[in-house]
Design a protein around this ligand. Structure first.
Ligand code: QV4
Ligand code: CA
Length: 512
């Protein structure tokens, strides 16, 4: 009896760290600003067949329409109500997306903006995406409803009412983040309204939540909200499944708030991961790939089973948030593919792949003055559809990094090597490195400015393997480089520093 109880608490206590992806699918992709209609299509035509576990979507809740600047992407982080209509689509389209994606075992993770509503200075002259009336100046959000009692105006102790000093944890949590009206999350009424919103999404069939601005909420308040959440919808998830929780906390060290304060609630975004990996691949500060030997906890990252990792996100790819200078993005495709390849091959953390839109990036005095530009859209502000080119890439300025052959094939690599240990590390004490995942996969990088020619122990069964970076195995034919693994598990690798992609990856599902 006691053992049963113990097992039950362990199972429950750990459930929110489980991403709820279908077994054998180990990554999710952030389809930033995509419409629900396009996501439904992408689940069916691309994500399921290529082994993606799920999609992080942009916030589905009603938000303020910002017209100056014209329809910035960030208007979606200024909620007006919890009605499901936004630039990505209406409630019917949302339900259709969740249903269709779940039906092909690609799960939906909602970006939940629950720390705040819109900016404090907006009034009734402003419109919202579902047409709900609101007036931020009088703290009136009748579509929830929230009123003056539901905000932290009285609790915040700074003169400005905003967060002035990230060294003071009370103001980080009780004051306004960039003037966004801060919700009084210690109130049961506010907690209930948020839980009602999240439970409605759970009923529709979502698998979990990215908790936006988690640093700006007290971990205990968040726990009280999470405790009100239902188990996942049993149409698609096994009985008793808990929503996957990953909290956005930017902890690069040196601030009053630590990621570890949030481990009790679920996973946490590890922002050191992309910042450091970018520094290494760019070879800044004397970093080299050889130092990646003990990547993960060895680099003072949080425990692997608490971490949600990514090379870049929608903020730091355009200079928002913190620590973005070294971060690699699609704008540096060669290095970006290497970084993403490394992340997907390495066992640390639960991985999220970024999928972006192109914008007219324009630097003035080191700052991108177009960092606000919203998704590809028509004159009236409607988001443009994601068109698919004959070569399977995307049109209309959708970048679709997740469809780049090298990245997509590494998503598959990670599924193939799932559960296998990190093994057979090799480096040249510079920027040529290699490692395996047990007897299932092996990867080699050349980020030096000279040729790589080396014979390495791969740990793989003997045979001919198709490199999934320069090509892939289609039926019995390899469109890329072939690698011969000898009976003793060794193989010769050669990578020119002038190659289109300076890494090679082989795994047992691409054996000839
Ligand atoms: C500006 C000034 C304020 C001023 C205000 C007056 O900066 O000091 O008081 O005007 O009106 C937008 C504008 C911002 C503006 C604000 C309010 O960019 O200049 O304030 O609106 O009008 C996104 C964007 C923000 C955007 C916000 C709301 O990144 O630029 O603000 O949406 O639309 C920290 C946090 C972390 C956060 C990160 C960006 O710890 O939690 O900053 N990341 C998440 C999301 C992010 C989102 C938010 C949080 C807020 O990933 O996308 O911010 O929900 O590190
Ligand atoms: Ca807050």
């Amino acid at each position: 009896m006691r053992i049963l109880f113990l097992l039950a608490t362990v199972a429950l206590g750990w459930a929110q760290y489980n991403p709820n992806t279908r077994p054998g699918r180990t990554s999710i992709v952030h389809l930033f600003e995509w419409s629900w209609t396009d996501i439904a299509l992408e689940c069916e035509r691309y994500l399921a067949p290529n082994g993606f576990g799920g999609v992080q979507i942009s916030p589905p809740s009603e938000n303020v329409i910002i017209t100056n600047p014209w329809r910035p992407w960030w208007e979606r982080y200024q909620p007006i109500s919890y009605k499901l209509c936004s630039r990505s689509g209406n409630e019917d389209e949302f339900i259709d997306m969740v249903t269709r994606c779940n039906n092909v075992s690609v799960h939906i993770y909602v970006d939940a903006v629950i720390n705040h509503m819109c900016a404090s200075g907006l009034g009734s002259e402003n419109n919202a995406t579902c047409g709900s009336y609101f007036n931020a100046k009088t703290r009136d959000f009748p579509a929830v409803p929230y009123s003056g009692w539901d905000f932290n105006d009285g609790k915040c102790k700074t003169g400005s009412g905003g967060i002035d000093n990230y060294g003071d944890l009370e103001q980080v949590r009780d004051c306004r983040l960039v003037s966004l009206l801060d919700l009084a999350l210690e109130k049961d009424y506010v907690r209930s309204k948020i839980a009602e919103y999240m439970n409605y999404l759970i009923d529709i069939g979502v698998a979990g939540f990215r908790i936006d601005a988690a640093k700006h909420m007290w971990p205990g308040d968040m726990k009280a909200i999470l405790d009100k959440l239902k188990d996942l919808n049993t149409d698609w998830f096994s009985l008793g499944s808990r929503p996957f929780i990953y909290q956005e906390v930017i902890d690069l060290g040196g601030e009053s708030i630590k990621s570890s304060e949030y481990f009790g609630n679920g996973r946490v975004t590890e922002f050191k991961y992309g910042a450091k990996l970018g520094t290494v691949i760019r070879k800044w500060n004397g970093e080299k790939m050889a130092y990646l030997r003990n990547w993960g906890e060895g680099w003072a990252f949080m425990p692997s089973d608490k971490a949600l990792v990514f090379v870049d996100n929608h903020d730091n790819q355009r200079g928002h948030g913190a620590g973005g200078a070294s971060v690699l993005t699609f704008w540096d495709p060669r290095q970006y593919k290497m970084a993403t390849g490394f992340m997907l091959a390495h066992p640390y953390g639960f991985t999220r792949v970024m999928s972006s839109f192109r914008w007219p990036r324009y630097f003035q005095n080191g700052k991108d003055i177009n960092d606000w530009v919203g998704p590809p859209s028509f004159e009236d502000g409607t988001t443009k559809p994601v068109t698919i080119n004959p070569d399977t890439t995307c049109g209309n300025d959708w970048v679709c990094e997740h469809r780049w052959r090298q990245i997509r094939n590494m998503v598959i690599f990670r599924n193939v090597v799932d559960g296998q240990p990190f093994s057979n590390w090799w480096d040249n004490n510079s920027n040529q490195v290699a490692f395996g995942r047990g007897n299932k996969g092996f990867i080699v990088f050349n980020n030096d400015d000279w040729y790589l020619n080396v014979t390495l122990q791969t740990g793989l069964p003997a045979g001919t393997y198709c490199d999934v970076i320069s090509g892939q195995k289609n039926d019995d034919y390899c469109t890329g480089l072939e690698i011969d693994v000898a009976n003793d598990g060794t193989a010769n690798f050669q990578i020119s520093n002038n190659d289109e992609d300076t890494f090679i990856a082989i795994h047992v599902d691409a054996k000839m």
